[in-house]
Design a protein around this ligand. Sequence first.
Ligand code: ATP
Ligand code: MG
Length: 139
Amino acid sequence: MTQHSYNVEDTERIAGDLARTLRGGECIALHGDLGAGKTQFTRGLVKALGGDGRAVASPTFVLLHVYPTKSLTVYHLDAYRVHGIEDFEQIGFEELLDQGGVVVVEWASRVSEILPKAHVDVTIEATEENERLIRVTFV
Ligand SMILES: Nc1ncnc2c1ncn2[C@@H]1O[C@H](COP(=O)(O)OP(=O)(O)OP(=O)(O)O)[C@@H](O)[C@H]1O
Ligand SMILES: [Mg+2]
């Protein structure tokens, strides 16, 4: 289903709708260009789970951020600068998937080979300065 977002709050609300379906163990693959709203979406997800949205930032340089929430721990990764799946293997990506939390990956297509077969694809496309098309697909 494709949804329209006209501001940051819309994007966070759409992320919140997804958050309410999560039970733990899911992997969310985020797709979209620079500035599309992948981090904003993650912030909405963390907030909806009862975590601190202010802590959410692109884990571009450290690769992994961990956000505790009232319910599930969110593991936030960014594949933008990885050179190969080895970088992800090194930070223990496979183990993260087994923690019973939610694993969120920005630029997920760069590490598509090691994504679990069952995951949630979230594609964000900027159509105007503040407009986004967001598609959530359970794969
Ligand atoms: N409808 C919208 N939804 C989400 N973000 C929006 C929207 N309209 C404007 N923005 C702006 O777009 C930017 C999205 O930035 P964000 O860091 O979330 O992108 P990103 O996809 O994570 O980029 P990167 O690949 O660089 O990590 C923010 O500055 C936000 O304020
Ligand atoms: Mg980001």
